[in-house]
Write a protein that binds this ligand. Structure first.
Ligand code: LLP
Length: 442
């Protein structure tokens, strides 16, 4: 069985995370509970930062907070010296509530509203990652009205599409994000921005996909963007101080996944940038990256309680847990695979095949098919590993299930960072039917 980060099996045969027995966390906070190994998060953050430092390259490592957005994780990211990628007014609001240094906040999104852009100006954030022509117009208008400067990067689609194990280069990319590099849109965006009085044009951004395992796609993207930067120097005598290569570094969900150490991806892209800078005598740009999954993914584990079981003879045996697609939509949405264990019976052979199902009213609400577990019984704790990214942030109240508690654990200590939703929380936005409406509907 593969354990992640600081996970161990303690003397009781229980899974421990950050030196804390998960059965203790389950009794104190209830289940489902999401447990983050904050030491592993810090290790990942530092590995990314150190790779750039060792290469003598100025960098910003921005946590792509769509992977898991909460005040405490933003504060932890800030302590580690990370920057922050936000994609909505709501994520920006969370960052503000966390006291995140505004100059290290980068604002993404393919349809930022006027209100969101004004909010970003009011908070004097570090950079807008401009995505489209409407946004260019809005930013210029708002900057001029407020007489306030804004740093911008433009998001471009470099014509490389990366999938988990391979990548393809496409002439023109069909993407809702960013400016096409090859059909002239990127130059048009550059020309609309770089000479503006209140715009400080920093350079380009790209993000080529997610859960990518190989380095070639990143190298290719770095190359293509560097080529464009060199062209702009020739044509406009403009030098871009920043190159943002996005996120997407793959992690190990199951033994089928064989990612490289996250920092290796960065090392390779940095090499390309350095080599091309040298070759073209171009000042080495600051490199920015935006890891999400690779910072929080394997640091998170969800602990559920086992409830009912059902045998379908000659087909499968189900064990149902007290959560499901409401707290982890990824298996249902993407056919994502996870590994699991019986967290209170770790030393018993995990040699029976189960299907771990959720409790939502959908047949497709299965969290792990073909999970190997001992002979689990009602009340056992089931851990699903590597749930730190895109689970809580994509969670819903489907079937009016309250969203789980989230806990940080490190060095034998633990802290609640998102409390479990209550039934009262579930109805707090609801309004009763009014008298007038009652008459209409009667
Ligand atoms: N930067 C940009 C501009 C992005 O769009 C994303 C992810 C990232 C960075 C971070 O990518 P990461 O390092 O986490 O792969 N919900 C999907 C993943 C969607 C990714 C969206 N963009 C999932 O559950 O797999």
């Amino acid at each position: 069985m593969h354990l992640y980060g600081t996970q161990t099996v303690n003397e009781k045969g229980h899974l421990a995370i950050g030196g804390v027995d998960v059965s203790e966390l389950a009794s104190q906070y209830g289940t489902p509970v999401m447990v983050y190994d904050t030491e592993l998060f810090k290790k990942r953050a530092n590995a990314f930062k150190k790779t750039f430092e060792d290469k003598g390259i100025k960098a910003q490592v921005a946590y792509a907070s769509k992977a898991f957005s909460s005040i405490a994780i933003y504060q932890l990211a800030e302590q580690q010296g990370l920057s922050l990628d936000v994609v909505s007014g709501g994520e920006l609001y969370t960052a503000v509530a966390a006291g995140f240094p505004r100059e290290r906040i980068h604002f993404h999104g393919n349809n930022k509203s006027r209100e969101e852009i004004i909010y970003a100006f009011e908070e004097k954030i570090g950079c807008m990652v401009v995505d489209n022509f409407l946004e260019i117009m809005l930013i210029k208008e708002i900057a001029t009205e407020r007489k306030q400067k804004m740093n911008v990067l433009i998001r471009v689609t470099p014509g490389v599409e990366a999938h988990t194990h391979d990548y393809i280069t496409t002439g023109q990319e069909d993407s809702k994000f960013g400016f096409d590099l090859k059909n002239g849109q990127t130059d048009q965006a550059f020309n609309a921005l770089h000479n503006h009085e209140y715009i400080n044009f920093l350079g380009m951004h790209c993000h080529i996909g997610s859960q990518i395992f190989e380095t070639d796609a990143f190298r290719f993207a770095a190359e293509v963007l560097m080529e464009k930067m060199v062209k702009w120097r020739e044509t406009y005598q403009f030098i871009c101080p920043v190159l943002n290569l996005g996120g997407g570094f793959g992690i190990r969900y199951t033994e089928e996944d064989q990612p490289l150490e996250p920092a290796v991806y960065v090392e390779e892209m940095a090499e390309v940038v350095k080599a091309m800078s040298e070759e073209c005598e171009y000042p080495v740009p600051e490199i920015w990256i935006e890891p999400g999954r690779s910072l929080v993914g394997d640091a998170g584990t969800t602990i559920y309680s086992a409830g009912s079981t059902k045998e379908v003879p000659n087909v499968r045996t189900y064990v149902a847990v007290d959560g499901g697609m409401s707290d982890n939509i990824r298996p249902a949405l993407y056919d994502a695979h996870y590994s699991s264990a019986a967290a209170n019976r770790m030393n018993e052979p995990h040699d029976q095949q189960w299907t771990i199902a959720g409790k939502c009213c959908e047949s497709g609400d299965k969290l792990v098919e073909k999970a190997l577990l001992p002979n689990v019984e009602t009340g056992d704790l089931i851990a699903i590993f590597c749930t730190g990214a895109y689970t809580y942030s994509m969670a819903s109240n489907y079937n009016r299930l309250p969203r789980p508690a989230v806990v940080f654990a490190e060095k034998g200590q633990h802290q609640l960072v998102v409390r479990r939703e209550t039934f009262e929380d579930l109805i707090k936005l609801d309004l009763p039917l009014q008298q007038l409406a009652k008459e209409i509907y009667e």
